[in-house]
Design a protein around this ligand. Structure first.
Ligand code: KG4
Ligand code: ZN
Length: 359
């Protein structure tokens, strides 16, 4: 079964052709990073205009690279939520037009759930194995920082989330403070390699210590506003040489990533997870990947890391997850709305209820 995935929720126009939810025949991404760089963040109206310019060539390229035509597709999956409304509207209008003219079914995908699936595109066998559940997923991107628990009944729930900034946002804002450009994650990852992560003792939000207890209801939640403010004061009125900058960046990165690792492992143990997975743009981070791997090993937890190409925004994760919905006949009409916010409750993950031992 072939699905065409389309993604336009933020600053990447992407399309992919995926076979049976796991074989990526093509994945084309047109990034607008250079355009938004000058503003230090994504401008929704500019993003929408760029999507409009790029969507048709990107979809054409994905079909061409896969050696397929739109008539070969068994269905179309498009990111419908959450995201920037003007940006989502472009991808959704295009997808609906294509699905209607080609006469193929359409399904709207939750981008956040797509990131989750990014860890499993190359490991579908794990999702089809009942022994993998419950899964504890850390979905860490520029828009989201959440811990998701997925039991075998497919009813995923968010057990922890950020109370303020997403982790990627905390990195992007730090880079802005330090004048390192946008997006901050990749440059912080690179500079931190030359620095000492213990040089500065930046605060770690909602982990307790120093006489402060974490309210039990926030045990698995995150807060990054404190560390950002601490950074602002640490560098205020200072001009840093290269080594000082590397030390600040490495310490900041360690504070942000340290909390992610501690809470993901704590949640995995608490909920008896059989598998931990890490995905979303920030999951590209080399320090986070290494720390998460070490912590999971220490705690006897099996870890699946999303490959970097499926961490940052892409349409392969959308097309691949879409396959599971389309296979079950779970489709959407042409009146499907787009939504800015992550819905309060996640959908039922079809691959979990389709796991063979679970029927
Ligand atoms: O998943 P994504 O492409 O878009 C959202 O859905 O938000 O994530 C983008 C985020 C940005 O904040 C970017 O700085 C961060 O991912 N990022 C990284 C790295 N590469 C991208 N953060 C840390 N280390 C990286 N290597
Ligand atoms: Zn994303």
């Amino acid at each position: 079964m072939l699905t065409l995935g389309i993604e336009s929720s933020c600053d990447e126009t992407a399309a992919a052709v995926v076979q049976d939810g796991g074989t990526v025949l093509s994945s084309v991404i047109s990034s607008q990073i250079k355009l938004h760089c000058a503003y230090g963040g994504v401008i929704p109206e500019l993003a929408a205009r760029e999507h409009l310019k790029n969507i048709s060539p990107v979809v054409d390229a994905a079909l061409r690279q896969a050696g397929k035509g739109v008539g070969d597709m068994d269905g179309l999956a498009v990111t419908a939520r959450p995201g920037l409304i003007p940006a989502l509207l472009v991808g959704n209008a295009y997808a609906k037009g294509l699905a209607a003219t080609a006469g193929i079914p359409l399904v709207g995908i939750n981008h956040f759930e797509g990131h989750f699936y990014g860890a499993f595109i190359e490991h579908q066998e794990l999702l089809a194995d009942r022994g993998s559940y419950p899964i504890l997923a850390a979905v860490i991107s520029g828009g989201h920082t959440a811990l998701v628990l997925l039991p075998a009944d497919g009813r995923a729930r968010i057990v922890g989330t950020t109370l303020d900034d997403a982790a990627g946002e905390a990195l992007d804002k730090a880079a802005k403070i330090l004048g390192l450009g946008y997006p901050g994650g990749p440059v912080i990852d690179r500079i931190a390699k030359n620095g000492d992560p213990k040089a500065y003792d930046f605060p770690r939000g909602l982990v307790g210590g120093g006489g402060r207890a974490v309210p039990p209801e926030h045990r698995f939640d995150f807060s990054f506003s404190g560390v950002k403010t601490a950074l602002l004061y640490a560098v205020k009125d200072r001009s840093l040489n290269d080594q000082e900058l590397a030390d600040v960046v490495a310490s900041y990165q360690a504070a942000v990533m340290g909390v992610l690792v501690t809470k993901a492992v704590d949640a995995a143990r608490h909920f008896g997870a059989r598998l931990v997975c890490l995905s979303g743009g920030v999951a590209c981070n080399s320090y986070l990947r290494a720390e998460m791997a070490a912590a999971c090993e220490r705690n006897g937890l099996r870890l699946v890391l999303a490959p970097p190409k499926y961490c940052t925004d892409n349409a392969a994760m959308i097309g691949a997850l879409g396959f599971h919905y389309l296979k079950r006949g779970w489709t959407d009409g042409l009146d499907m709305p787009v939504e800015a916010r992550l819905p309060q409750t996640l959908g039922i993950f079809p691959f979990a209820i389709d796991a063979p031992d679970n029927k």
